[in-house]
Each structure stands twice: as structure tokens, then as C-alpha cells.
Design a binder for this molecule. Structure first.
Ligand SMILES: Nc1ncnc2c1ncn2[C@@H]1O[C@H](COP(=O)(O)OP(=O)(O)OP(=O)(O)O)[C@@H](O)[C@H]1O
Length: 262
């Protein structure tokens, strides 16, 4: 018998403005334990809405969503959110709290003893590769964009969730920082046995990081598969999305010698 998916959308839907805007339209999607799923699609295609349905930041008005086998409509939304890590686009750190205060916020809300929170903060700073002594007491405005996102990831992992949702976590960063953070997060995902859904508008990032890629268009799940499966798709839009990574791979392959020597 196949294992229960960690996140399961069944005919999920969400409309806004009295039904005039259908943001998510009849989406069914299972995310397996340990899977890294990327959601791609153009602006307004329903990516953020779909993601936020899973932790009830947005309430579905059709279908059913289950997390760890439980129908989320029966779970208190606050308790649900404490079980699922969430990384916002720009870090969205609390500006009046230090790095340690930001990372420790969920354990504090969960009533962990102070000594345990403090030890967890240090552990997480190590995990996201920020020097404890240097960064623990800094305020968010004293960090670079990449460092803020590292703190955002640490905060999402603080209460040891099995699931992490990420809404364009590395989108606002320069390409090198973005690449490094993506790689580091992928390692954490594997080592901690996480299940991750990440929104990105960058198909290359999706292909490089994710096990499977979900393509959204006009609220619908247009395609879903491994990069190789998507590559075999005959859909015109999927083909368009793959055009840039394909062209870049070809050009880079031609421009850069394989072994790094001229
Ligand atoms: N609170 C809201 N009220 C009304 N319409 C909304 C609301 N939130 C989203 N929408 C609409 O729902 C559709 C899907 O929005 P959503 O934010 O999910 O798209 P997205 O793919 O994440 O876009 P982006 O890449 O620009 O973040 C859009 O047409 C958007 O305008």
C-alpha cells in the first residue's frame, strides 16, 4: 500500500471577489513525504493561493486538503501553522526583534523553556551557516538580503516541522547568493527529511532544486512531473517555460569547457 502523502489537495479551489476571480481551480495534487516540489507559473496563476491553502493562511472554498493524513479544516489554523514551516518572499522578519528573537518566536509561542529555545537558536544558526557570535543579537536591518533569508529559513525550521512551504524564498537575491542558498536549503531538506513545497518563477531554479515541478496556469494545475517528464511534455506552455533553461544549458555547455581548463 502506498504511503499516505504528507500534503494532499483533492479538488481544491478558491475564488475571490464573490467568485469573479478563480485563483485556484479544482487542483488535485499529492506531495509525498520527503519530496521537494516546486510550483512554477506566471504572475497571477494561483501559486501563492495554492500554497497558502495548505496552512490555512487562505481558506479553501472547494475540495479538501489533508496534511499528514488529517483534514486541515478540522485542525485549528494556529496549531496547523505551528506544525508547518513557512518562508516568506522577503524574509518578512519582525523588525523589532533580534535574529535570535525572530528564530525563537514559534518555540516561545509553544512554551518551550528559555534554555531550550536558546540552544535551538544556536543550532539553527549553525544549520543555516550564520556565525552565532556575529549574528545572534543583530537586528534584521543589519543583515544583507541573503542573511535575512537564512534567518527566515531558520525561523521556519525552529519548531522542527516536517513540512516547509516557501513562497519565492530566494527571488529577490542576486544569482550567486540565490544559488548558494538554494543549494544549502536542498541539503537541509535532505538531511532533515523535510517535505518542501517551494514557489519560484524561475524554471531553472525549479529544475535544479525540485524532485517534481507543478506548472500552474490560470488557477489550474497544467502539468506535474519530474524535470525529465516535463521535458517530454507536448504542451506548448510547458515548452515555452523550458525554452530558456534549455537554451542557457546549450549555450553554457558550448561556452564553458567541461573540465574547467581552457
Ligand atoms: N485577497 C485577494 N483578493 C482578491 N483577489 C486575489 C486575492 N489574492 C489573490 N487574488 C487573485 O487571485 C489570482 C491568483 O493570485 P496568486 O497570488 O495566487 O497568484 P501567483 O501565481 O502567486 O502570483 P505572483 O507570482 O504574482 O505572486 C490573481 O488573479 C490575484 O489577483
Amino acid at each position: 500500500m502506498p504511503a499516505t502523502p504528507l500534503i494532499a489537495y483533492a479538488h481544491a479551489g478558491k475564488s475571490f471577489n464573490g467568485g469573479r476571480v478563480v485563483a485556484v481551480d479544482d487542483v488535485s495534487l499529492d506531495v509525498a513525504e520527503g519530496e521537494f516540489l516546486a510550483i512554477v507559473g506566471s504572475s497571477g496563476s494561483g501559486k501563492s493561493t495554492l500554497l497558502r491553502l495548505a496552512n490555512r493562511l487562505i481558506e479553501a472554498d472547494r475540495g479538501q486538503i489533508a496534511v499528514e493524513g488529517e483534514d486541515i479544516s478540522r485542525i485549528d489554523p494556529i496549531l496547523l501553522r505551528r506544525r508547518i514551516g513557512y518562508v516568506f518572499q522577503s524574509g518578512a522578519l519582525f523588525p523589532h526583534l533580534t535574529v535570535a528573537g525572530n528564530i525563537g518566536i514559534t518555540p516561545r509561542l509553544l512554551g518551550w523553556p528559555q534554555a531550550e529555545i536558546s540552544a535551538r537558536v544556536d543550532e539553527l544558526l549553525d544549520l543555516v551557516r550564520l556565525d552565532r557570535a556575529q549574528y545572534r543579537d543583530r537586528m534584521p536591518h543589519e543583515l544583507s538580503g541573503g542573511q535575512r533569508q537564512r534567518v527566515g529559513v531558520a525561523r521556519a525550521l525552529a519548531a522542527k516541522p516536517r513540512i516547509v512551504l516557501m513562497d519565492e524564498p530566494f527571488g529577490a537575491l542576486d544569482p550567486l547568493t540565490r544559488d548558494a542558498l538554494g543549494d544549502d536549503y536542498r541539503t537541509l531538506h535532505r538531511e532533515l527529511g523535510l517535505t518542501t513545497i517551494m514557489i519560484t518563477h524561475d524554471m531553472t531554479e525549479a529544475i535544479l532544486l525540485a524532485d517534481r515541478v507543478a506548472v500552474m496556469r490560470a488557477g489550474r494545475l497544467l502539468a506535474l512531473g519530474t524535470p525529465a517528464e516535463l521535458s517530454a511534455s507536448t504542451d506548448t506552455y510547458v515548452g515555452e517555460l523550458l525554452h530558456t533553461p534549455r537554451r542557457q544549458a546549450k549555450r553554457l555547455g558550448a561556452l564553458l569547457p567541461r573540465d574547467g581548463t581552457a
